[in-house]
Structure formats: structure tokens, C-alpha cells
Design a protein around this ligand. Structure first.
Ligand code: SF4
Length: 476
């Protein structure tokens, strides 16, 4: 019920202007706070719930700023709100029924979404790409397979949200279809597409506006110097053109940045956020701290524990004081009740261009393959109950996902990055690596040492903060 009230109020907030909107916004904030913090349905620590309140509030404030600047056109807004209201925010009856059937059949709630990379092909060759993508890659999933997977998440899980990654999704072609055709095939779902944006011309931006159910998250590394150094000369200028095309078409977009030791200071400062949010009109920002997988693995590129700690404070300020929607993986793990991988209830799983089914984009190991499952007459649901996925979920449960339990340190939420020793010894058993880089990482004693040392240092830095700021504060 509260979900419905909140969603309806949100639609009114987005559709109104001036004093009426200010009044509605206050009402919305009050109800949001009450739903998350006062009612606290799953009995989480109060401070955890406050973080959830702030991140949702910042999403709404960011959207309102884009509307006020005319970046998010009212026409596109109408279509987007109707898709979101029909699906991603207010769950339709069919979606709730699907969740109920799933729970009755399997005894647990379904995941909320998938991330799928339909193609490995990419027109760029970025240093340290997690996907090791390139222009000559041939690995691409057939359109009919991608469509079937999404249909299954829609029908069996009640999902109305999908993340598309790559490779470069705008280069995807299969069975005469492109990635935009996929969005058109699922008008009641919302898509977040990670893209380098260099192929988003006026036509593509206009088509996205017509569809109204997709938002591109565009990769940058900092400003021009940092972006071109990693992505190639001239890429930054193309990104600026893509921003312009999207602004003119009225399509909301965000940015995505890989944090490394090299650009971490930029992300700790303020200028970066002012530029992309205020000057360029981004509505949201994802920060992915460099995970040493993929092309040219280098553990020294991970932001140091000290940098990560400072980034945590910046994220906090951005969201609470600036009202800017920033999600920093892994500092923001607190808002998702920790790690969301392994097809956790309300979480996700990842499928790559070969059809391999992985717990997460950053966990390059698998047991099942979607093409093989389909050939055996099975569905996506069968992948959820592999021993590998079950071990991952058991760890998440023990680490704090269990309702009512006092969580362990969710400033270190990641099952692989932040708990490598446990991951290697207890989770990654009898798994297949996605590629030779993932295989090498698992066998390399130096890699193991660097990851474990990092975890120990990070734990020393964040443990006290977690206990004082989250657990003790919640008990006061
Ligand atoms: S494995 Fe790590 S990166 Fe993946 S969902 Fe869990 S916390 Fe996030």
C-alpha cells in the first residue's frame, strides 16, 4: 500500500512545478522517511535505513534538476514515468503474482534483475577493460536468446528492469535486430545501458527518446586528459557530442566511471561532480572501483584503502548535502543490504556474450551457460540453484543479509573484492573461469597476497566507522 502511495505521490512531484511541487516534495520526503526508517520493514539498523532514504531522495532530486534544466523533456518524462510507474516502481499485479509463484515453487524470493552483455564487440580498446572487449571479437548472443532470457525474468521473476552491458551495446547486431529493437520489444520494462556513447548520434538519441524506457550510462574516466588516456585520443570530444545529442532529444543520462589509483583524487574532490551534474546535466553517476579482472590485470590500480575511505565520505556528502544520485561500488553496499550477486532475492546475476551465467559482472567465474540450459529444456531459474550460487548466497546471509540480524561491515560488502580469502577458499569451488585472465588470477599467489592484504587494511580502516556510525548509532 505504502509503495502505491509513494509511487503516486512521486508521479505528481515529477509532473508539477513551483510551489505545488515544493509542497508535494515535502510530503513525499516525509512518507519516504517513514516507510524506510520509521516502519523499517525488515528490521535493519536504523542508520542503514537512513542511507536508503537519502539515496532514493537524491535520485528524485537529481531527476527534478534535469527536468528544470529541460534536459529531461516533459514528453520523454511522461513515457518514462508511465513505464516506471507501470513496472519498475509500482509493481503491477502480474509482477507480484510472478514473485508469489516463484516463492511458492522455490521457497525464496526471486532476483530483481539481470545484467546481460549481448556482445563482446567494441569499437574502443580501453586499458584494463573488465570485459577485455575489442573490435574483432566474434562473441555475440543471438537476439532470440537475449529476448528469451529477458522474457523469462519478466514472466518468472516479475522483473521490470534490465541492465545492458558489453562490449559496446550500440554495436550489437543479430538476426537483423539491434539493441534498440530489444527495448522496443519490452515496452513495460526499463533498461539501463552502459555505453561508451561514441555511436550515439542524433538519430539514436531521438529513437531513445521515442522509446522512453532506456537511459544510457556513459563511461568517462575524469576529464579529457584522463578519459582519452584510458579510452583513446578524441573519445572525450565524442562523449561531449553524445551528451549534447541526448540533451537535445530530452533523454536522461548518467555517467559511469572506473575509479583507479590514478583518478581517485578527482573523485574525492568536488569539481568532477559539479562538472558532470551541473554543467553537463547528468542525472546520476555510477562509480565502479577498479576490480583487477579482464585485460591487463594490475592490483596496483585499485584505489588504495585510504582513497576508498575518503571516497566513502565524498559519496556521503554528495548524496546527503548535494542531493546528487551517486552509487559507488563498493562504498554504497549499505543501501542494497550488502552484496547483490548470486541471484540473491532482490539481487541479480550476470550473463555474458557466450551465455555464461556469472554471479556478478565482477566475478568472472561460472558453472552454467544459458544456451546449454535451453538446449536441455531448462530455464534461467535452473541457474539460480547451482552449488556455486548457493554458496555465495549462504555467505551473503551470514554476512548480514538475513532479516533482523546485525549485519557485518557493509562498508566492505563485496564477496570477491573485499573477502578474497573466503571467496577463493569457500565460494569459488569447481567453477570455470570466464577467460584466461580469470584463470590466471585464481592461480596467481601474488594476486592472492595483494587482494588479502588490501582486505586486511580496509577492514582496519572501516570497522570502527561501521560499528560507531551504523551499529551503535542505530542502537541509541
Ligand atoms: S560480488 Fe561485489 S561487485 Fe558483485 S554484487 Fe557483490 S558486492 Fe557488488
Amino acid at each position: 500500500m505504502i509503495e502505491k502511495i509513494l509511487s503516486e505521490l512521486l508521479v505528481k512531484v515529477l509532473e508539477n512545478k513551483g510551489k505545488t511541487r515544493d509542497f508535494l516534495l515535502k510530503q513525499f520526503e516525509k512518507k519516504l522517511y517513514s516507510a524506510f526508517v520509521e516502519n523499517n520493514p525488515n528490521n535493519r539498523p536504523k542508520a542503514v535505513q537512513e542511507y536508503k532514504y537519502y539515496i532514493l531522495r537524491s535520485l528524485v532530486l537529481s531527476a527534478l534538476r534535469s527536468i528544470d534544466k529541460g534536459i529531461f523533456s516533459r514528453e520523454v518524462l511522461k513515457r518514462t514515468v508511465s513505464t516506471l510507474a507501470k513496472g519498475a516502481f509500482i509493481k503491477p499485479k502480474e509482477s507480484k503474482m510472478a514473485e508469489k509463484f516463484f516463492k511458492e515453487k522455490y521457497g525464496v524470493e526471486p532476483p530483481a534483475f539481470i545484467t546481460i552483455s549481448p556482445t563482446m564487440v567494441c569499437n574502443l580498446h580501453c586499458i584494463g577493460c573488465y570485459a577485455a572487449s575489442h573490435a574483432n571479437a566474434r562473441n555475440t548472443l543471438p537476439y532470440s536468446t537475449v529476448k528469451r532470457v529477458i522474457q523469462e525474468t519478466h514472466d518468472y521473476w516479475g522483473s521490470r528492469f534490465t541492465v545492458i552491458s558489453g562490449g559496446e551495446p550500440t554495436m550489437y547486431k543479430s538476426e537483423g535486430k539491434t539493441i534498440l529493437d530489444l527495448y522496443a520489444d519490452f515496452p513495460d520494462m526499463f533498461f539501463l545501458m552502459y555505453t561508451n556513447s561514441t555511436l550515439i548520434d542524433k538519430d539514436k538519441a531521438r529513437r531513445m527518446a521515442e522509446l522512453g524506457n532506456v537511459t544510457p550510462a556513459i563511461s568517462v574516466e575524469g576529464f579529457e586528459e584522463e578519459t582519452d588516456a584510458r579510452r583513446g585520443k578524441g573519445v572525450y570530444k565524442k562523449i561531449m557530442r553524445a551528451f549534447e545529442n541526448l540533451r537535445n532529444a530530452g533523454v536522461p543520462f548518467g555517467i559511469s566511471v572506473t575509479a583507479t589509483t590514478k583518478n581517485a583524487e578527482l573523485l574525492i574532490g568536488e569539481k568532477f561532480y559539479d562538472f558532470y551534474f551541473d554543467e553537463q546535466g547528468a542525472s546520476y553517476m555510477w562509480i565502479f572501483q577498479y576490480m583487477p579482472i579482464g585485460r591487463g590485470i594490475d592490483t596496483k590500480l585499485m584505489p588504495t584503502p585510504e582513497q576508498r575511505y575518503k571516497m566513502l565520505h565524498r559519496w556521503d556528502t554528495c548524496m546527503k548535502k548535494g542531493g546528487r544520485f551517486v552509487a559507488d561500488f563498493w562504498n554504497s553496499g549499505i543501501v542494497s543490504d550488502g552484496c547483490i550477486a548470486y541471484g540473491r532475492p532482490g539481487g541479480y546475476l550476470y550473463i555474458d556474450w557466450n551465455g555464461n551465467i556469472m554471479p556478478c559482472v565482477f566475478v568472472p567465474y561460472y558453472v552454467d551457460n544459458i544456451k546449454r540450459l535451453y538446449a536441455q529444456g531448462k530455464t534461467i531459474n535452473d541457474a539460480l540453484f547451482s552449488e556455486f550460487f548457493k554458496r555465495g548466497r549462504e555467505w551473503q546471509h551470514r554476512y548480514g543479509y538475513k532479516y533482523g540480524a546485525t549485519p557485518e561491515n557493509w562498508f566492505m560488502p563485496c564477496s570477491i573484492r573485499d573477502h578474497y580469502e573466503n571467496f577463493k577458499k569457500h565460494i569459488a569451488k569447481e567453477v570455470k573461469p570466464e577467460d584466461e585472465n580469470a584463470e590466471a588470477a585464481l592461480q596467481d599467489p601474488e594476486y592472492y597476497k595483494a587482494m588479502v592484504e588490501y582486505d586486511e587494511k580496509l577492514s582496519r580502516l572501516t570497522e570502527k566507522l561501521w560499528k560507531e556510525k551504523i551499529i551503535e548509532k542505530s542502537n541509541q
